[in-house]
Ligand binder design. Structure first.
Ligand code: AVJ
Length: 325
């Protein structure tokens, strides 16, 4: 008989989360223009992101998935977790490798705590996982993990925190350090963190990954304008912008922009503001930092953590770093 079950808990933000309106006023109305990448992920954007992961050019997801399949037993042997807490769990597709390894290690008492903003996604993922692991107890956490770390439950026992997908690469250095330091503050001496980080590599490989031939990344980027049109009654013309993603080797990051193709004025009905854009003026919509073994170790160190195991494929395209206090 199944002992597994699914429960949902709301995590209150420990600090104020800026609204889309505030982010637009802060980031978009004045040059240099930018928006936080979290607004990509409405229903349509989430589907587009899944399709990006299927393109031949976008290697990170499948590389991390294969790597995790290969090293999950080692990670579970290193962590011996009583709880797996995943920040930004999404569909929990890659995490199933960890839970498979938990099962193989005979740790069926181990509980899974997926943390994400989207409750329907958590429920769907939970059902799939319970079908695969009927013994599993899932305590889904609904909230913004950037603001909700203080509200994290602190169950007794050893906790394995998981932060995959190289999402850490979407943060500016200071923000990445603060986030990891906040996580370190939640951790005790027996806990550990498994961090996924995409690696520096041939720029042509990196740029191809963010400029897939089928144009799905371009659609994903442009979809941000749809979100603004819907949420703030803006009148962006998607045809008056083009997608651009370029690798900056000095900053070791992909910079993704929406570039205005003409002089234009965009109105925000809900803000009573308009945005004047010149031809070729860019809006920075995402950075995606790429790491070396050294730079990711340094980042963890600066956050008060120590990497003790570094898992990577033969081509060195991606890293899963296991760290502790
Ligand atoms: C997987 C969210 C980290 O930076 O590669 C994919 C998202 N953006 N293509 C990344 C993304 C454009 C992404 N993250």
């Amino acid at each position: 008989p199944a002992s597994g079950r699914f429960d949902c808990h709301v995590v209150e933000p420990g600090r104020a989360v800026p609204s889309l309106e505030e982010d637009v006023r802060e980031g978009l109305l004045f040059a240099p223009r930018s928006l936080p990448p979290k607004y990509f992920y409405d229903a349509r954007g989430s589907v587009l992101f899944d399709r990006i992961c299927e393109t031949p050019e976008y290697y990170p997801t499948r590389t991390e998935d294969a790597l995790l399949a290969r090293c999950a037993d080692a990670v579970i042997a290193e962590a011996r977790p009583d709880h797996v807490i995943e920040l930004g769990s999404g569909a929990s597709r890659k995490t199933r490798h960890l839970l498979d390894a938990v099962e193989r290690a005979g740790l069926r008492h181990c509980r899974y705590w997926p943390f994400d903003v989207c409750e329907p996604m958590l429920r769907e993922a939970g059902e799939r996982l319970l079908a695969r692991h009927p013994w599993l107890r899932i305590d889904a956490l609904v909230g913004d993990y950037l603001a909700g770390l203080d509200g994290l439950p602190r169950p007794e026992g050893r906790r394995l925190f998981v932060f995959l997908g190289s999402t850490i690469g979407n943060f500016e250095p200071q923000q990445a350090r603060d986030f990891l330091a906040g996580l370190a503050a939640c951790m005790g001496g027996r806990d550990s963190l498994l961090l996924g980080a995409d690696r520096v590599k041939d720029p042509s490989v990196l740029e191809a990954a963010y400029n897939d031939a089928a144009g799905i990344t371009a659609d994903f980027n442009l979809n941000l304008l749809r979100v603004l049109n819907r949420e703030l009654a803006a009148d962006f013309e998607l045809g008056a912008f083009r997608h651009r993603a370029v690798y900056d080797p000095s900053l070791q990051r992909i910079e993704m922009h929406l570039v205005s193709t003409c002089d234009q004025v965009v109105k925000f009905g809900h803000l009573g503001e308009s945005l004047r854009l010149e031809a070729e003026e860019p809006i920075l919509t995402e950075i995606s930092r790429k790491f070396t073994r050294g730079s990711v170790d340094q980042l963890l160190h600066d956050a008060g953590l120590t990497a003790f195991a570094h898992h990577e494929p033969e081509n060195g395209y991606f890293s899963l770093i296991h760290a502790q206090l």
